[in-house]
Design a binder for this molecule. Structure first.
Ligand SMILES: Cc1cc2nc3c(=O)[nH]c(=O)nc-3n(C[C@H](O)[C@H](O)[C@H](O)COP(=O)(O)OP(=O)(O)OC[C@H]3O[C@@H](n4cnc5c(N)ncnc54)[C@H](O)[C@@H]3O)c2cc1C
Length: 413
């Protein structure tokens, strides 16, 4: 491997990639147009989802699809322009979500998820970030006995197949675990293995500070200025041109724009999501997913953070926080939320691929160009293991996980 590397994008994925390359002796510059961890990796629910062995499939229940199409419920919202823009990858996503294809994707996805905690843990220790994390799992809560029973059966299957641990709690046990809940619900699946970070952006910043303390450079620059330059690559930074032999695109939901400029057409799309904080809400002991309504409540430094489901809209469309309004009403049935913090609306974009697997590996048609993006609903979880896999491939080491399912050449484009 050439010893100099530019990593474009200082979200969780790019920052972990930079750390792993540096650990292997590369001279790495981490570049972003903002400070590290200020975009998607800032605004998420902060869950390191060891339980998420199945990637998030396109829901195929007719009822769900009809409700989404009619704008009912809160799980999904869409803009006509967003659907038009993403129509082809969304059709492919639907196709890849067939039960057999989804089971196949799960085999590859679960192999990465298996290392989520193991790979975050040493970075957290080295970055002195352990006080940002709670290690008691999180809950899926259910309002109806039928959904609860189905969820327990699914959790049992996943525990048997993938070793992800859970405890089933009936309504009374859930009320004892979370005494602030206003109602007795049908029950909960308490996943025991996940970790919850109470300031996701701060964790990325700690990882970036660790990278800098070990001699890495963190600079401002715009990925749109990336050019092939002789045997290497260059980009315009604030203080002039920055050059290196290798470059990694880790631009999360913005990766597609850079790829287009380089001539790659992959089936990528985004699912936007919103958050809002409630500083006066009573404390939850662990985060929860209101599974039949499709939003998460997670205790954070700024208050209880509510995060929403999927919005299919162009990445740069003005925010339409319809789902925030709907889920706020739903969450108020469970907890006395109090007023939201008067912040500007936060919207982020999950970087998704049609086959639900991230893209990690060398660019098929350019020397010294590498891809690490497309981590969808679990990029905060998967940053460290993806960064490690990327660095192992770039340095010619035997990768910890077989990288073949994630390689970019799985698509012709
Ligand atoms: C509401 C919501 C809740 C979520 N909850 C969770 C969760 O609980 N757990 C989990 O694991 N995942 C969660 N996710 C998903 C997760 O946040 C993402 O998968 C992850 O943050 C993607 O990380 P990334 O580093 O690839 O992208 P990002 O964090 O978006 O980083 C990309 C970086 O590229 C930079 N950039 C963009 N364009 C340019 C340019 N032209 N030049 C230079 N730099 C540029 C940006 O500034 C940004 O810093 C959630 C997502 C949302 C929206």
């Amino acid at each position: 491997m050439g010893k100099t590397v530019l990593v474009l994008g200082a979200g969780m994925v790019g920052t972990c990639t930079a750390l792993h390359l540096q650990q292997r002796g590369a001279d790495v510059t981490l570049i972003d147009r903002r400070e590290p961890g200020e975009e998607t990796s800032y605004g998420n629910a902060g869950l390191i989802q060891r339980e998420a062995v199945e990637p998030y499939a396109f829901p195929r229940e007719l009822n769900f699809v009809l409700r989404a199409a009619l704008g009912r419920g809160a799980e999904v919202h869409w803009h006509a322009r967003g659907l038009r823009q993403m129509a082809i990858p969304l059709i492919q996503y639907f196709h890849h979500s067939r039960p057999a294809a989804h089971a196949h994707a799960t085999q590859s996805y679960s192999r990465l998820i298996a290392y989520a905690i193991e790979e975050h843990a040493p970075l957290m220790t080295a970055a002195q970030a352990e006080q940002l994390v709670q290690r008691d799992g999180f809950r899926f809560v259910f309002r109806t006995p039928r959904a609860f029973a189905q969820a327990v059966a699914r959790a049992q299957r996943l525990q048997d197949q993938f070793g992800v641990r859970f405890t089933a709690e009936d309504g009374a046990a859930l009320s004892r675990s979370e005494p602030s809940l206003r109602q007795v619900l049908a029950g909960a699946v308490h996943w025991r293995d996940p970790w919850a970070v109470q300031d996701p952006g701060a964790l990325v910043q700690r990882y970036a500070a660790l990278f800098a303390a070990r001699g890495g450079r963190v600079l401002r620059g715009d990925a749109k200025t990336l050019r092939a330059n002789g045997a290497g690559w260059s980009i315009q930074g604030e203080d002039g041109s920055i050059e290196a032999e290798q470059v990694v695109i880790a631009l999360g939901p913005w990766s597609q724009q850079s790829l287009r400029d380089l001539g790659y057409r992959y089936p990528l799309f985004i699912k936007r999501g919103y958050h809002q904080h409630y500083p006066q809400a009573p404390g939850l002991r662990q985060p929860l997913l209101d599974a039949e309504r499709g939003y998460v409540l997670a205790p954070m430094r700024l208050g209880l953070r509510l995060t929403t489901g999927a919005e299919f809209a162009p990445i740069d469309a003005p925010p339409t926080p319809v789902q925030l309004r709907k889920t706020e009403a739903m969450a108020s049935e469970l907890l006395d939320l109090g007023p939201p913090r008067p912040d500007p609306v936060w919207v982020g974009s999950r970087p998704c691929t049609a086959d639900m697997l991230p893209v990690i590996g060398p660019a098929p048609r350019h020397r010294g160009l590498w891809f690490n993006f497309g981590h969808a609903h679990q990029g905060f979880t998967l940053g460290p293991i993806s960064g490690r896999l990327m660095a192992e491939m770039m340095c010619g080491e035997t990768p910890l996980v077989d990288p073949s399912p994630y390689l970019p050449q799985r698509w012709p484009g």
